[in-house]
Write a protein that binds this ligand. Structure first.
Ligand code: PEP
Length: 255
């Protein structure tokens, strides 16, 4: 199973900025005199919608580089002003999409059930889905990690199709208190939370649950990526702030 090293560019970068960063990333990770893209890694970039095209162009014919979307609305098409549908994303070459990022749960008020409907819809339409889960600081302090992550996982995975191929689903464990704060969960916290996610995956999917990748996200940087990526049940990372710069993200990818 290759580790999935994902860059969430959130609401940053114009088309030109995205093009420059994507091209620089490809250059850094494919140069013959550099480390190149390690055999066991895949790169995924989730730009804002307006920058999908230049990133797609930069990644064209580059093995191991994938394009994804940060969001979509779970309907075929229709009167959903301001929204985007999966066919539009597939048309732009997206292979992956996020659901349940904490910024959408907490700022935009997305419920566990709505997140679950996106996972179901995206999978049915042919996207691979990354379901983000994670507890707030208050929830962790109150000893509610298992309850919160369990609830998010059960609702998020409620409508999985029969016989789902393991590479079509990824879980990103992202403690809310570590996102964009500079605080990173410690190794014991990450190992314990990822073991919990793994057990919930096995409970839901049997043996297939052992093959599904679990990413860690929350203030991953070049300085801590090497330690995080080798922990048990860490099959990749989801990176926000430190993915905006090609040099910094390439160091994370090769950590
Ligand atoms: C994220 O956006 O998913 C994230 C983990 O952000 P950051 O790396 O900035 O904490």
């Amino acid at each position: 199973m290759k580790k999935l090293m994902a860059a969430n560019w959130k609401m940053y970068k114009t088309r030109d900025e995205a093009e420059d960063t994507a091209k620089a990333l490809v250059k850094l990770l494919t140069k013959s005199d550099g480390p190149g893209l390690p055999e066991d890694r895949e790169v995924l970039v989730l730009p804002p919608f307006t920058a999908l095209r230049p990133v797609r162009k930069a990644f064209k014919n580059v093995p191991g580089f994938f394009l994804g979307a940060q969001n979509f609305y779970p309907a075929e098409q229709g009167a959903y002003t301001g929204e985007i549908c999966t066919d539009m994303l597939l048309d732009y070459g997206c292979a992956y999409a996020l659901a349940g990022h904490s910024e959408r749960r907490h700022i935009l008020g997305e419920s566990d059930e709505f997140v679950g409907s996106k996972v179901t819809f995206g999978l049915a339409k042919g996207l691979s889905m990354i379901l983000c889960v994670g507890e707030t600081l208050d929830e962790r302090k109150a000893g509610r990690l298992e309850e919160v992550v369990g609830r998010q996982m059960r609702a998020g995975l409620a409508g999985l199709p029969e016989g789902l191929a393991s590479e079509r689903l990824v879980i990103a464990y992202e403690p809310v208190w570590a996102i964009g704060t500079g605080l990173t969960a410690g190794p014991e916290e990450i190992v314990a939370a990822h073991a919990l996610v793994r057990s919930l995956l096995v409970e839901r999917l049997g043996e297939t649950g052992r093959e599904i990748r679990i990413q860690y996200g929350g203030s991953v940087k070049p300085e801590n990526a090497g330690d995080i990526i080798t922990l048990d049940n860490v099959d990749g990372v989801l990176v926000g702030g430190s993915s905006l710069n090609a040099e910094s993200f390439s160091r994370i990818v090769t950590a």
